[in-house]
Design a protein around this ligand. Structure first.
Ligand code: NAG
Ligand code: NAG
Ligand code: NAG
Ligand code: NAG
Ligand code: NAG
Ligand code: NAG
Ligand code: NAG
Length: 914
């Protein structure tokens, strides 16, 4: 059957070629001369946005063969190569490109092209390489592409292509490389891919492709790389792949594959080096026969349902550098489960070993001391491992991550851990560890996350921990720690996620220095023996969302300065000796959803507004002298003091105006505070636009030196972004000018305004104002003005070209921070916005970094509100919400960046490295 279909399609090609020959062949058709090429290039130029002037040499004084980016053939002086890669060029690709009939090579990669890939490309039957990656091309893959019968490389990764992969693609019998990853492609992979007999690389990662992998894939005798990760493919593993002995890389990661994974196929694939099948529903056991897969370099099997004992002899897998078995049911919970780890000592390239979240029992073999010096991650958390932490860990001097949480480790935390100078994450929570916290941990100055919770640790918190000046999370809850809270710990201003010392025996007062923790989101010191008054300085921790000081012996009043805790969501001061009136300002903390004042000595009138208006959000038990409040509380009424006029704040007047959302948009606050003079001329403002005081076209034009190309900082599907200096107070801003000619741009402007009006979060980009007006020529003009992000986009950081003057690298901590920032933003959009919102276009280029490298999610042009729709993303998305208490793991954010750190990204020029 396949043979017949191949010959039919060959026939079809013959017929096509023949007709092309007659109708279109450039050598024979009249009027096709080098002049055609020149005109086509000029037509192409006329549709480009070329701020850096790359095509300025494309003028009549020069022979077009000498134009920048243009190469001609020697014989006929016709255009053979067009190379405009990485030139910050925008605009659309003119259909005239189809007239360049001698073209063999087109490279437009890494620019800002948008719009369709013109069908006329199909006229270029000499074309061998078409490189369009890293642009914003939209629309579908042109079916006419199948007429480019000499095409060898088609690379259109990272665009906005949608629709199906056309079945006609099977006609490209010379195609060696098909890269359309990171697009919005849907539908199935057509059976006709089985005709691509020359294909070496299929890379369709990060689309929405689904269905089964066609069995015809097995016909591809030259396939080297097959990467279909992050789609919705389902069905069993396509066994036909085991016929492809040439294959070196198979990535099926993050799909919906199921059934028994046929590990035996690996033995039929003598060249297989990398196997990634994580995040599917594969079942079965991992057979010992893998001991013979001696070429394996990467075995990435996490998040499936594999079970049983692992007894592979890894000795012969000399090149193995990543073994990831986490989140399966591997192991038997008995003594010899980890014996296979001994064999890994022979894998001298091993960098990453993760066994987390399985059923492995027994002890962690002391032979881990012999693992490769290259080890950067050793993760064995969430198993049933007992015994002590092997002191030989000190040998693994390059470790960045060492996690063994939720096991049955006993003994002490060995002092020698302080020798692992590169450690960024140490997680030992939920074990049976005793003894003190080694003061040497203070030498681990790169440490970002330290979780010692739920053990039986004793003694003081060493003040040396104050040297860990990169810590973002410190948890030591549920131990038996005693003594004061060392003020050195409170000098760690990077502490931004959690400081949890709850359920210990700590005493003394809460030092005033707590006010240094300006970035901290969660502080929990509950269930200790702290006393004294609540320090007023706590109010400078303006990022606090969760504050729990319950079950201590604090006395005095709730400080008035607490009114500055604008982000606070949950406040628990219960079971202390606090007294005085319940402060009225608590009504105005608009995010407050949980307030526990129980078992103190509060007295007097209970307020009725804000959090107090809902009985389920407050707890007042055991304060016998309270009165008033909402009726549902059934408190005695207060003695009458004469009539009091209800106070109406500006906030409350505005809230109903800001439609259904509870949250007041930050732009209103900022703009009102700055008292901007609005000089816009627009007459037909929509009600939505009225909410933002506007700036005029003239002001924005001035701010950006007339939208000069030197001020251009980015280009997206719907607009161009300029840096600008706005107004008398010279505020540095980013101005996004909407390209109203682009289909959908107006709609995108509206959704972006709508979205930004309704949201407020430290990790979302802040809008300052908008402009909806006309330019000096009377043409409609719309722009959004945002706070300027000094450090550009995450994309810029992750993917820097090597020839860049100053290569800047993100540290693991920064990556982790960014992942957490992004996760908090998304968590907020999904769970804390009414109605919930979906960003719709989350990717590194939309994550912007401010001066302090705090990440802000931007570009809400594709955002959607969800109504009556329950989102269960929480289980998948790393989150900084209250749910993390006590058991924070970094697995999820780590994985978010695994993609970038461990797997080299593909480009059209280095296919064989991947
Ligand atoms: C044409 O381009 C060349 C090369 O950039 C330049 O030297 C020349 O001045 C240009 N001529 C005109 C008329 O713009
Ligand atoms: C175009 O072709 C003509 C005739 O072959 C030749 O004289 C002329 O130099 C060519 N022009 C360019 C720009 O190559
Ligand atoms: C295309 O242009 C880029 C950037 O100028 C250059 O690095 C690359 O080598 C060129 N490719 C070819 C085939 O000329
Ligand atoms: C080139 O292409 C355009 C648009 O595809 C077409 O209108 C034009 O007639 C073609 N031929 C020449 C000789 O320019
Ligand atoms: C930690 O650093 C201190 C000095 O800062 C040093 O005396 C001590 O030996 C170090 N401990 C370890 C385990 O490296
Ligand atoms: C009170 O708060 C609870 C929990 O947040 C919520 O489910 C309920 O709808 C609220 N009731 C009112 C009357 O707002
Ligand atoms: C596309 O961008 C990625 C990330 O910036 C980069 O690694 C890759 O080399 C680029 N590809 C091309 C063909 O420019």
């Amino acid at each position: 059957m396949p043979n017949i279909s191949i010959s039919i399609s060959c026939l079809a090609i013959l017929i096509r070629c023949f007709s092309l020959f007659l109708i279109n062949s450039p050598s024979f058709s009249a009027g096709q001369t080098n002049e055609t090429d020149r005109l086509a290039l000029l037509a192409i130029k006329s549709q480009l946005h070329d701020p850096s002037g790359v095509t300025s040499s494309w003028n009549n004084t020069m022979n077009f063969c000498q134009w920048t980016g243009v190469t001609c053939g020697h014989r006929h002086q016709r255009l053979t190569e067009l190379n405009l890669s990485s030139q910050r060029i925008g605009g659309v690709l003119s259909p005239y490109v189809g007239n360049l009939s001698f073209l063999r090579y087109i490279n437009l990669a890494d620019n800002g092209f948008r719009g369709d890939i013109p069908q006329e490309i199909g006229n270029l039957f000499r074309l061998e390489k078409l490189a369009l990656s890293n642009n914003s091309f939209s629309g579908t893959i042109p079916t006419n592409l199948s007429r480019c019968s000499n095409l060898i490389h088609f690379c259109a990764s990272n665009n906005k292509l949608e629709g199906q992969i056309p079945k006609e693609i099977g006609n490209l019998l010379k195609l060696q490389r098909l890269s359309v990853d990171i697009n919005y492609l849907t539908g199935q992979l057509p059976d006709s891919v089985g005709n691509l007999s020359a294909i070496e690389v299929i890379r369709i990662t990060e689309n929405s492709l689904g269905g089964k992998i066609p069995t015809t894939l097995g016909l591809l005798r030259r396939l080297v790389n097959l990467n279909v990760a992050e789609n919705q493919f389902s069905g069993m593993f396509p066994r036909s792949i085991c016929n492809i002995s040439s294959v070196e890389l198979i990535f099926l990661t993050e799909n919906r594959f199921s059934g028994i994974f046929p590990f035996d196929i690996l033995l039929n694939l003598p060249n297989l080096k990398k196997l990634g099948i994580g995040g599917n529903n594969f079942v079965g056991s991992i057979p010992d026969s893998l001991s013979n897969a001696s070429n394996l370099e990467l075995l990435d099997l996490p998040s499936n349902q594999f079970k049983g004992k692992v007894s592979i002899d890894f000795s012969s897998l000399k090149n193995l550098w990543l073994l990831n078995l986490e989140q399966n049911n591997l192991g038997t919970g008995t003594a010899n489960d980890l014996d296979f780890v001994i064999f890994l000592s022979n894998c001298s390239s091993l960098k990453v070993l993760s066994l987390s979240d399985n059923q492995f029992g027994g002890e962690l073999p002391h032979s881990i001391a012999n693992l490769s010096l290259k080890m950067i991650e050793l993760s064995v958390g969430r198993n049933q491992i007992s015994g002590t932490i092997p002191p030989g860990i000190r040998n693994l001097v390059n470790l960045i991550t060492f996690t063994l949480e939720v096991n049955q480790f006993h003994g002490t935390i060995p002092d020698v851990i302080s020798e692992l100078k590169n450690l960024q994450q140490l997680s030992v929570f939920n074990n049976f560890l005793r003894g003190g916290i080694p003061s040497g941990l203070g030498n681990l100055t790169k440490l970002g996350s330290l979780d010692l919770g739920s053990n039986s640790l004793q003694g003081n918190i060493p003040s040396s921990l104050g040297n860990c000046q990169n810590l973002i999370l410190f948890i030591a809850s549920y131990n038996k720690l005693t003594g004061d809270l060392p003020q050195q710990l409170l000098s760690i201003t990077t502490l931004s996620l959690v400081l949890d010392l709850s359920n210990n025996l700590l005493n003394g007062s809460l030092p005033l220095q707590v006010g240094n923790l300006k970035n901290l989101v969660m502080l929990d010191i509950s269930s200790n023996q702290f006393s004294g008054v609540i320090p007023v300085t706590l109010s400078t921790c303006v990022s606090l969302e969760y504050l729990d000081i319950s079950i201590n012996s604090f006395y005095g009043v709730i400080p008035l300065s607490f009114r500055f805790l604008k982000s606070i969501k949950a406040l628990n001061v219960s079971s202390n000796n606090l007294s005085g009136k319940i402060p009225e300002f608590l009504e105005n903390l608009s995010f407050l959803e949980f307030l526990n004042l129980s078992y103190n000595y509060f007295e007097g009138e209970v307020p009725v507004k804000g959090v107090f208006s809902n009985k389920t959000k407050i707890s007042l038990h055991g304060n016998v002298k309270l009165c008033g409040g909402i009726d549902e509380l059934h408190l005695p009424s207060c003695p009458s003091k004469g009539s009091r006029k209800p106070k109406i704040t500006l906030l409350k007047v505005l809230i109903p105006v800001v439609v259904s959302c509870l949250l007041l948009s930050s732009c209103l606050t900022i703009v009102y505070a700055r008292k901007r003079r609005s000089t816009h001329k627009s007459v037909d403002t929509s009600p939505m636009e009225k909410l933002f005081p506007m700036v005029s076209y003239a002001e924005l034009s001035k701010a950006t030196s007339e939208f000069s190309s030197s001020n251009m900082i980015g280009q997206g599907r719907f607009g161009t972004v300029y840096k600008g200096i706005l107004g008398d107070d010279e505020m540095v801003v980013a101005v996004k000018v909407i390209n109203l000619k682009q289909k959908g741009a107006s709609k995108s402007f509206v959704s972006e305004c709508e979205a930004l009006r309704n949201i407020r979060h430290r990790n979302l980009i802040k809008i300052i104002t908008i402009c909806s007006s006309t330019d000096f020529e009377g043409v409609d003009f719309k722009a959004l003005v945002f706070e300027y992000m000094e450090n550009g986009s995450l994309e810029d950081w992750l993917h820097q070209s090597n020839d860049q003057v100053e290569v800047r690298k993100l540290s693991l901590i920064q990556r982790m921070n960014i992942a957490i920032d992004v996760a908090s933003a998304i968590e907020y959009l999904h769970h804390h916005c009414q109605p919930p919102m979906v960003h719709g276009d989350l990717k590194p280029s939309n994550v912007l970094l401010d001066y302090d490298m705090v990440a802000h999610v931007g570009d809400f042009g594709l955002a959607k509100f969800l109504s009556n729709h329950h989102l269960d993303i929480a289980s998948k998305t790393p989150s900084s919400s209250i749910g993390i208490k006590g058991t924070v793991g970094y697995v999820a954010p780590g994985k978010f960046f695994m993609l970038y750190t461990h797997i080299p990204s593909f480009s059209c020029t280095n296919v064989h490295h991947f």
